[in-house]
Design a protein around this ligand. Structure first.
Ligand SMILES: Nc1nc2c(ncn2[C@@H]2O[C@H](COP(=O)(O)OP(=O)(O)OP(=O)(O)O)[C@@H](O)[C@H]2O)c(=O)[nH]1
Ligand SMILES: [Mg+2]
Length: 222
């Protein structure tokens, strides 16, 4: 049975990795939307979205589907840094132009435990997070470990302020765990939760639109 006790994350090491990645509490001006906006050489604002979650949960599959099916992405490119088995080793990346002035930089992290350093580096400067969990019963411990790691790496301050949505993926599988059970085990009551099937694109667009909107409001304001 999965539980917070059996899924152990090395708190000390995760904290050190977060410090090395310079993930620090928000400055006051960062919490006020629109206050600390940096622009690139073309005058555009960048908003960073990160798919986080354990290995095999479907992050790369989801990003590929979005890349292939969202019209505004078709002109860009997709960068995948992976091993010969298709496991992400550093990150995947696509830039999404919402308008001439705003670009969403969308990343997935490498979910395998041994890539913790790379994963936490990618988390730096995130303006919105999609936590993608795997609905298979045998993956529940890794789901819990991954969200624990995310909470430690972000710190209480960023966890409280950053837009975060949850994708419960692989809902097509007959033995997918009940949604209520997953929500309670991951302690994500109160977060937007989407039941997704990344291989079929089910609910991906809806989930993606929600995090883009929340991150935009968080960063730029309404
Ligand atoms: N049945 C089913 N399989 C899925 C779904 N989404 C992804 N998969 C499969 O799960 C496997 C892992 O998917 P990836 O997208 O590579 O997983 P990842 O989260 O990027 O893994 P890492 O790169 O190691 O972090 C692949 O074989 C996918 O085809 C889904 O919704 N349902
Ligand atoms: Mg991947």
């Amino acid at each position: 049975m999965a539980s917070a006790d059996t899924a152990t994350v090395d708190i000390e090491r995760t904290t050190v990795l977060a410090q090395e990645a310079k993930i620090t509490p928000h400055r006051t001006d960062e919490i006020v939307p629109g206050r600390s906006l940096k622009r690139d050489e073309l005058g555009r604002i960048h908003i960073k979205i990160v798919f986080y979650g354990p290995s095999l949960s479907g992050k790369t599959t989801a990003l590929r589907w979005l890349f292939a099916n969202v019209r505004s992405l078709s002109k860009g490119r997709i960068v995948e840094i992976a091993d010969e088995l298709g496991r992400t080793t550093f990150f995947d990346f696509i830039p999404v132009s919402a308008s001439e002035k705003i670009v969403f930089d969308v990343f997935t992290v490498a979910g395998q435990r041994r890539h913790a350093k790379n994963r936490i580096t990618v988390l730096r400067g995130a303006d919105g997070i999609i936590f993608m969990a795997d609905s298979r019963p045998e993956a529940m411990n890794e789901n819990i470990a991954s969200i624990q790691e995310l909470r430690i790496a972000l710190g209480t301050d960023r966890v409280a302020t950053l837009p975060i949505v949850v994708a419960l993926n692989k809902r097509d599988l007959p033995n997918a765990l009940p949604v209520d059970y997953m929500v309670s085990m991951l302690e994500v009551q109160g977060y937007p939760v989407f039941e997704t099937i990344a291989t079929e694109g089910k609910n991906l667009l809806r989930m993606f639109q929600r995090i883009l909107r929340d991150a935009l409001i968080f960063k730029v304001g309404i």
